[in-house]
Design a protein around this ligand. Structure first.
Ligand code: ASP
Ligand code: MG
Length: 488
């Protein structure tokens, strides 16, 4: 094989037609969801594309498997096996609804074989009395192993040529269990060997996300939520034309539609903007996980499997220029502001470090910092550890803290080069008490703290100020117009 991975097989594969489709836990949670997934994949086939499907474990299964592993580690044999028994029932039940009577037996036997292996493993953990990260990875790997087997069979049953592909043959990683690092060059080789022949013969590979294996074949995982990462690795390794992350929201919205009914779908954001938003737990995806795709300029789409007609949000390395300075207004609630006023040490050398060390000691992450001559204000998203933190801080400072605060963060690449934006932002929220203003180092966000109770008013005014006449190339204004037509 040549250095750029062009085997004879890959030179025949039109990589641009490959679309990696990742379906999250809710998109494969039961038979109805899996049917919907099959239809979506069929739609891509109808368009002449070559889908490669990556699935998460069925919703909540990873949590249950972790609970089973923990119970086994504590020696609770019956409790641990009971969790596994319930999962076995759920998978068998789903499988039974998805395939024809003639193939139920074959699929059930496969599901049983996986659960028999899982039970043996759980009994082993109880016997040894120790749960290592390596064993935990092996236990949780059953979630994606099972979902991919069931989904591949369900596809075949409705005429989608699904073919199960064991992730452990393709996603090669190091041995850092629980958060393994993928070895991208080796992954590309393995995909050439195991996936390309399937794609070339008209099959739809169906692979579990999240899991991988070391070069020696020891099972690993990429960390929680790792299926998006798997999809990006496959897309990167195959030089795919696109990656689709199917979830249960319509993509990225200008703001939370529960707060502001006028929220619009954002058609495109840049990778940097998505990264900024991820911090707010925007229910989309963690951008670091799509880096392998972005580095190769492969567009990533966030799409809704409950509303497949919606075009979702496209995430690209460089966003097209936008007439509106902001793409989104993100909100993070339940924050606490801690004001730390230097008493004796008066910001002496090493003072900031001493302050941050206290937060570090209590394992509390600081969101935002602002400083003046003698005081530091920080925000944190916990309140239960604050009394202990305050007690430690009081050895070097006067400390006050106030809870029930919210952070408003306005994100957009096009703030750069727009004048007077800050003025417009603060005019929009002039009735609200604003604290701790900051413009992120990345220069693509503007953030400030307000009272939690002021969130609805602030968000609505900001939305009105910035999204009343938005750039139609970037925001889905048509949906809003259609809705108002319906109301008339
Ligand atoms: N099933 C794994 C998790 O729940 C991975 C994923 O869904 O992305 O974390
Ligand atoms: Mg996820």
């Amino acid at each position: 094989m040549s250095a750029n991975g062009n085997s004879p097989a890959s030179s025949m594969l039109n990589a641009q037609r490959v679309v990696v489709m990742k379906f999250g836990g809710t998109s494969v949670e039961d038979a109805i969801a899996i049917h919907r997934t099959a239809e979506i994949v069929q739609g891509r086939l109808n368009h002449g594309l070559l889908p490669f499907v990556v699935v998460s474990a069925m919703a909540k299964v990873t949590d249950f498997l972790l609970a089973a592993a923990d119970a086994a580690g504590r020696g609770e044999r019956a409790g641990s096996l009971a969790i596994s028994a319930r999962l076995r029932g759920r998978h068998l039940d789903t499988a039974g609804k998805l395939v024809a009577a003639s193939s139920v037996h074959a699929l059930s036997s496969r599901v049983h074989a996986e659960f028999d292996a899982l039970d043996e493993l759980l009994r082993g953990i109880v016997a040894v009395g120790e749960l290592t990260p390596r064993t935990t990875d092996l236990v949780v790997s059953f979630g994606e192993r099972l979902s991919s087997i069931v989904v591949a069979a369900a596809f075949a049953a409705v005429g989608v040529p699904g073919e199960h592909l064991d992730a452990r043959e393709c996603i090669v990683t190091d041995a850092e269990f629980g958060r393994a690092v993928p070895l991208e060059a080796e992954i590309a080789n393995r995909l050439q060997k195991h996936a390309v022949p399937l794609l070339l013969t008209g099959h739809v590979p169906v692979m579990g996300g999240f899991i991988g294996a070391t070069e020696q074949g020891i099972t690993t995982t990429l960390g929680r939520g790792g299926s998006d990462f798997s999809a990006a690795l496959v897309g990167g390794g195959l030089h795919a034309g696109a990656i689709e992350i199917w979830t249960d929201v319509d993509g990225i919205m200008t703001t939370d539609p529960r707060i502001c009914a006028d929220a619009l779908r954002v058609k495109t954001v840049s990778f940097e903007e998505a990264a900024e938003l991820a911090y707010f737990g925007a229910k989309v995806l963690h951008p670091a996980t799509i880096l392998p795709a972005v580095q190769q300029n492969i567009p990533v789409y966030v799409l809704n499997s409950r509303n497949p007609a919606s075009e979702g949000t496209r995430i690209t390395a460089v966003a097209p220029p936008c007439r509106s300075p902001f793409k989104c207004i993100a909100v993070k609630k339940r924050l606490t502001i801690v004001d730390i006023v230097a008493s004796r040490m008066l910001m002496s050398h090493g003072y900031l470090k001493a302050v941050f060390d206290v937060f570090d000691k209590h394992r509390v992450v600081i969101d935002m910092v602002s400083t003046s001559e003698v005081s530091i204000s920080v925000t944190v998203d916990t309140s239960d550890r604050l009394p202990a933190i305050a007690e430690d801080l009081r050895k070097i400072a006067d400390v006050k803290y106030e809870s029930n605060k919210a952070l408003i963060c306005m994100v957009g690449e096009d703030i750069r080069g727009h004048n007077g934006i800050a003025g417009k932002v603060f005019t929009a929220v002039e009735h609200v008490n604003v604290r701790m203003i900051s413009q992120g180092a990345s220069e693509i966000n503007m953030s400030f703290m307000i009272e939690e109770e002021d969130v609805p008013e602030a968000v609505r005014s900001l939305h009105e100020a910035f999204f009343t006449n938005p750039d139609r190339a970037i925001f889905d204004v048509e949906a809003r117009e259609q809705e108002s037509l319906v109301q008339i």
